[in-house]
Design a binder for this molecule. Sequence first.
Ligand code: MN
Length: 132
Amino acid sequence: MSAKILYVEDNPQNMRLVRKILMSAGYQVLEAADGLTGVAVAAREQPDLILMDVNLPDINGLEATARLKASPQLAWIPIIALTANAMHGDREYCLAAGCDGYLAKPVMKNELLSTVALFLSQASPYAEAGYR
Ligand code: MN
């Protein structure tokens, strides 16, 4: 069964590009165009991994990440932040908000796929719950 990846992104071009890359690698792709939709889709679909744009039209990606990480049912899902603002300190903001990883835009195909594969290999809904 292929992994299910949610991509939260308001830019249609970025969405198209990343969807194409992920689908070419055999992943299922779920989409959300803003932060609140992203949180709702994550809760409903329980994706294996989330790619999170930081600049979104409603709540930003860091706030959406914080909400997901506050949920015991969703906190295990790895979240990789994607941002165009590759400013100094961005990585720290993302990680402080609870993101598990960070990729600067523009996204490079090989970097995206290797990062996704790495986090998928480590993630498990039972990892933090200890198989209770
Ligand atoms: Mn954006």
